[in-house]
Design a protein around this ligand. Structure first.
Ligand SMILES: [Zn+2]
Length: 519
């Protein structure tokens, strides 16, 4: 063990601050009047900066451990010694006023206050934010887990930036995908897991909780929003170390029936209006769970789902509003943001497509969120999209309004030789769009013709672009770009509801024509 030096002798910066205030109080009364509000403001802000706190979860092969996450300034911090104690054995430490040496399983780690550099076995590693002392605890930014931890322990560390969990050692978290389908008087949520799960359901405060068992689960996103009359959102939560999904129903009094299929990997939950037609009534073995019930009946795996007669599913059209959240996309002169403009347009197109009663509409994002490009493509593939349309707006020159339809442009080394690919083989994720290019171009052509019929709009011939979001979509896929949305051109025409209505109608017509030609 290394000795801790005595720190009580030297006056800290806090003590000096108090002396300064005391001098002010004694000598200068008038400036103090100005100082008081300033001091109060600073105190309030300073507290707000460090108050927010949630947990970071370390999943180890046989256990999970939580450490508190503290937002300090604009970075998130975790207590260094707690983290090191979870992932290894802290053998000893030497603390000075502004530096700390820790030994974890014979690995020497040295940090300094307000310094981004961490020394690990004499090698410098740079963190995203400086190491801090907070309430006597050494705090490191979350980025420490990504860049420094793998140098300290021999175990593999799996951590996705921005997430609140890391997997240490031989821990393989289950992943899952989901889909939401309409059923008579309700919606059916299907969760498909990568491996067997042990599921238990309960109700809590008007929400349904689906416990996913003891094994770690890695969600694609923390929260999924739906535009659905029965289900508002699903939220992943493992803040107490127990992975679970929280389902928020869109209205009160819905019944909830769920079951895990024989494989143990697919979970289905029906959210239905109570008192629906006999055909939707669950078998007697099934107990409906009503949110708000005091004692939630757990649903046994294998319990039967209500038999729901459903006709052939409608073909899915997947609409992708580009960007979202901090990624605002382009900006117009009047302050209009691309992410908002395309979301508005997608809502329009959705309404018009639903009115035809020919399609099921799947949105890749609802609200101001920014799923990754891969997740957008995954949503399309999970829904077995018949077509995929991504919407963007940007600088297309001075003539506005203007529309360009793009299809995916593969890089030259990616170009397939169709003969080389044996038929019926699994389509690799990175090249899913290649086999769809001809159909995508046909759809782009149909769109361009319908757009060209809108008066006052300049429509360019279909073009190609290496758009990453299209790359992995296993369906005819196009990008519709509106222009010009840029600060030096008047973009106000693009937000005109009449124009959006005409664009939406053109898309409906083009789609009907395109599908007609395909079958
Ligand atoms: Zn864009």
């Amino acid at each position: 063990m290394h000795a801790l030096p005595d720190r009580r002798m030297a006056p800290g910066p806090k003590a000096r601050g108090v002396n300064f205030l005391a001098k002010l109080l004694l000598r200068r009364t008038r400036p103090l009047l100005i100082f008081i509000p300033v001091i109060i403001l600073v105190t309030i802000f300073w507290q707000a900066r460090t108050l927010r706190s949630d947990n970071f979860i370390f999943y180890l092969p046989n256990a999970s451990h939580l450490v508190p996450v503290q937002a300090i300034g604009h970075a998130n911090y975790v207590p260094l010694l707690q983290v090191l104690n979870i992932v290894g054995k802290v053998q000893g430490l030497t603390a000075a006023r502004d530096s700390l040496k820790v030994y974890v399983d014979d690995v020497e780690i040295e940090v300094r206050q307000d310094d981004k550099k961490v020394r690990i076995v004499k090698k410098n590693i740079k963190l995203s934010d400086p190491v801090l002392m907070d309430n006597g605890q050494w705090m490191v930014p979350l980025n420490f887990i990504e860049v420094a931890l793998p140098q300290i322990i021999r175990e593999p560390v799996a951590y996705r930036l921005g997430s609140r969990r890391a997997y240490i050692g031989d821990v393989r978290p289950e992943s899952f995908s989901f889909r939401l389908d309409p059923i008579p008087n309700g919606s059916r949520l299907t969760l498909q897991f990568s491996g067997k799960v042990n599921i238990r359901t309960a109700s809590r405060n008007g929400k349904w909780v689906v416990y996913l068992g003891e094994k770690p689960v890695q969600p694609l996103e923390q929260k999924f929003n739906f535009q659905d009359p029965y289900l508002t959102n699903i939220q992943f939560d493992d803040q107490d170390g127990v992975p679970k999904l929280i389902l928020t129903p869109s209205s009160d009094g819905l019944n909830f029936y769920s079951k895990l299929d024989e494989s143990g990997k697919a979970f289905m939950a029906d959210l239905v209006k109570p008192g629906a037609a006999v055909a939707q009534q669950p078998p007697a073995t099934q107990t409906p769970t009503n949110p708000g019930a005091v004692v939630p009946p757990p649903v046994a795996p294998g319990a039967a789902l209500p038999a729901v007669p459903s006709g052939p599913a409608l073909p899915a059209v997947v609409l992708d509003a580009g960007h979202g959240a901090e990624d605002t996309g382009a900006r117009g002169g009047s302050g209009v943001l691309e992410k908002d403009l395309v979301a508005q347009l997608v809502a329009h197109v959705r309404t018009n497509l639903l009115a035809t009663r020919k399609y099921r509409i799947v949105l890749t994002r609802v609200g101001d969120v920014n799923p990754s490009l891969d997740q957008r493509a995954a949503t399309a593939n999970a829904a077995r999209a018949q077509v995929f349309i991504t919407f963007h707006a940007g600088n297309l020159g001075v003539r506005t309004p203007r529309i360009v339809v793009y299809t995916y442009q593969p890089s030259s080394k990616q170009l397939p030789s169709a003969e080389d690919r044996p038929p019926g083989l699994f389509i690799p994720w990175e090249t899913a769009q290649l086999s769809q290019l001809a159909a995508s171009q046909q759809f782009a052509q149909a769109l361009q013709q319908k757009f060209a019929a809108i008066s006052g709009v300049t429509v360019s011939p279909p073009a190609v672009a290496p758009m990453r979001v299209l790359r992995s979509v296993n369906a005819p896929a196009v990008a519709v770009e509106l222009g010009s949305l840029t600060t030096d051109v008047d973009s106000s025409a693009l937000t005109d509801p009449n124009l959006q209505e005409e664009i939406s109608n053109a898309i409906v017509q083009a789609l009907i024509e395109f599908k007609g030609r395909q079958t």
